[in-house]
Design a protein around this ligand. Structure first.
Ligand code: GLU
Length: 495
């Protein structure tokens, strides 16, 4: 394969919000680099000026950072192969194009867009695959085209031999043979002086000493062209690793209806980066065909290219949701507490706690709450909703109908009596532990001849203004005697 030190790159085009497929690619790159002690390079392929989106770079970087995929070279961090923006490397591509022309591997093409359109229309009629007809390959053809072109600048095209074959060796699929006659004379340099991907990729992968090109299988049909360009320029070939596309559960191309397409949307919906990393890492790679929960460290330890699958990765949002809930349950309390605090401390308008909850939040207090809620929620905002009442200094505001529920709807005085007794009992509990509280209130239920569940529901709503909440007595232990008594008093008065 290759003896070169591992250097891999993510080469996104800043044309919009990065797709989860790009981030899956980044995970594979990053894992290979971390596993082998190699380098992960971020290179921005911004040569398509028409499709350039200024916010895209920020979103690419934010996605990588959120997933914990630090790059060793690239924008912001720099590195020995600067610049890492292709738009700043134009002289390199021009020089490569000049060399290819000088060696007879490429030629200038003056054909006008109108002529190329006519040519393609004719090919469509003849049911031929679209391809350049080679007019500018010869000096005469070129002179004629130039005369028609006026002062239009030429493009540079690769001279693809009409005969023979090109063999591409792909790590995942083995050797694939392409007939040259079916390959086009692709444009390498556009008339605006910018390279196409076909030229910029070989030049930069060579210059940046990239050892493995991990990219989506959509590039496989272009791989023979790339191979010929590497050869023509005398570059050592990287190992090509074409990964299968990600499909929806119905095996159609992944689209909006299968779920969000960018990791930032998952971040904003309250998924955990650990879960999304794990989930994407298993789209097209497997440890042993059965293990689902794999930590970042285990991924690094076990990652090998030969477990990349030929078959498409199936994007199943149910599985991601399940995984997220698993991570909520399993991750260290401190980590989950830190992630939750980040949500809770946001302004209320951005999904944080109401403004009367004092910031910064107490870390230890939050860490005590985490074990009570984490089993009951799938996403961070659900946890936030379930735990907000712990932080509200002025109490919660249950409404009477919620307090009474179905059980006491027609028996308000009974509810009032039970809550008043609960208030007295709370005041008298010795040692404010959840065990002592449970014993005291079970005892109260017996004395009052009430179903414990009915009494506890009344208290739950009084204390949390929720019918679904973390366990009652643990909750009371954490919010403390003073606040519990106060909230019970407010509820009694309300009835
Ligand atoms: N700029 C290309 C893309 O976004 C990169 C493909 C590659 O990894 O070589 O698809």
């Amino acid at each position: 394969m290759t003896n070169r030190p591992v250097r891999v790159r993510l080469a996104p085009s800043p044309t919009g919000t990065p797709h989860i497929g790009t981030m899956r690619q980044a995970i594979f790159d990053w894992l290979l680099a971390r596993k082998t002690g190699g380098k992960f390079v971020l290179r921005i392929e911004d040569t398509d000026r028409n499709r350039f989106v200024p916010t895209a770079l920020e979103e690419i970087e934010a996605s990588l950072r959120w997933l914990g995929l630090n790059w060793d070279e690239g924008p912001e961090v720099g590195g020995p192969h600067e610049p890492y923006f292709q738009s700043e490397r134009l002289p390199l591509y021009k020089e490569a194009a000049r060399k290819l022309i000088a060696d007879g591997h490429a030629y200038e093409c003056y054909c006008t867009p109108e002529r190329l359109d006519q040519m393609r229309a004719r090919q469509r009629e003849l049911k031929e695959p679209p391809h350049y007809d080679g007019r500018c390959r010869t000096e005469e053809g070129r002179a004629a085209a130039k005369a028609e072109a006026g002062d239009r600048r030429p493009v540079v095209r690769f001279f693809m031999p009409d005969e023979g074959e090109t063999v591409v060796s792909d790590f995942v699929r083995g050797e694939i043979t392409f007939e040259n006659a079916r390959l086009d004379d692709a444009v390498l340099l556009k008339s605006d002086g910018f390279p196409t991907y076909h030229l910029a990729m070989p030049v930069d992968d060579h210059e940046m000493e990239i050892s493995h090109v991990i990219r989506n299988e959509e590039w496989l049909p272009s791989a023979p062209l790339h191979r010929r360009i590497f050869d023509a320029l005398g570059y050592e070939l990287p190992v090509f690793v074409h990964t299968a596309s990600i499909l929806g559960p119905d095996r159609s191309k992944l689209s909006k209806r299968h779920g969000a397409q960018s990791v930032l949307e998952y971040r904003d919906a309250g998924y955990l980066p650990e879960a999304v990393f794990n989930f994407l890492g298993l789209l097209g790679w497997s440890l042993d065909d059965k293990t689902e929960i794999i930590s970042r460290e285990e991924f690094i330890q076990h990652f090998t290219l030969d477990r990349i699958q030929k078959s498409p990765g199936i994007f199943n949002i149910e599985k991601l949701n399940w995984m997220n809930a698993e991570y909520m349950r399993l991750m260290p309390v401190e980590r989950l507490a830190a992630l939750l605090i980040e949500w809770l401390e946001r302004p209320e308008s951005e999904g944080g706690l109401p403004s009367n909850a004092a910031r910064p939040l107490d870390f230890d207090y939050t860490a005590r709450i985490v074990p009570l809620v984490r089993e009951r929620v799938k996403l961070l905002p659900e946890a936030r909703d379930m735990m907000a009442f712990f932080y509200l200094p002025d109490g919660v505001e249950p409404d009477p109908a919620q307090l009474l529920g179905k059980t006491f709807r027609d028996n308000r005085s009974r509810a009032q009596l039970l809550l008043s007794e609960a208030l007295v009992a709370a005041d008298q509990v010795e040692g404010w532990s959840h065990e002592a509280l449970e014993a005291a209130f079970r005892d109260l239920a017996t004395r009052m001849d009430a179903k414990p569940g009915d009494l506890f529901m009344l208290m739950r709503v009084a204390l949390t203004a929720r019918t679904v909440a973390p366990p009652l007595f643990e909750t009371m232990e954490i919010i403390g005697k003073e606040r519990s008594v106060e909230r019970l008093r407010v509820a009694v008065n309300l009835l």
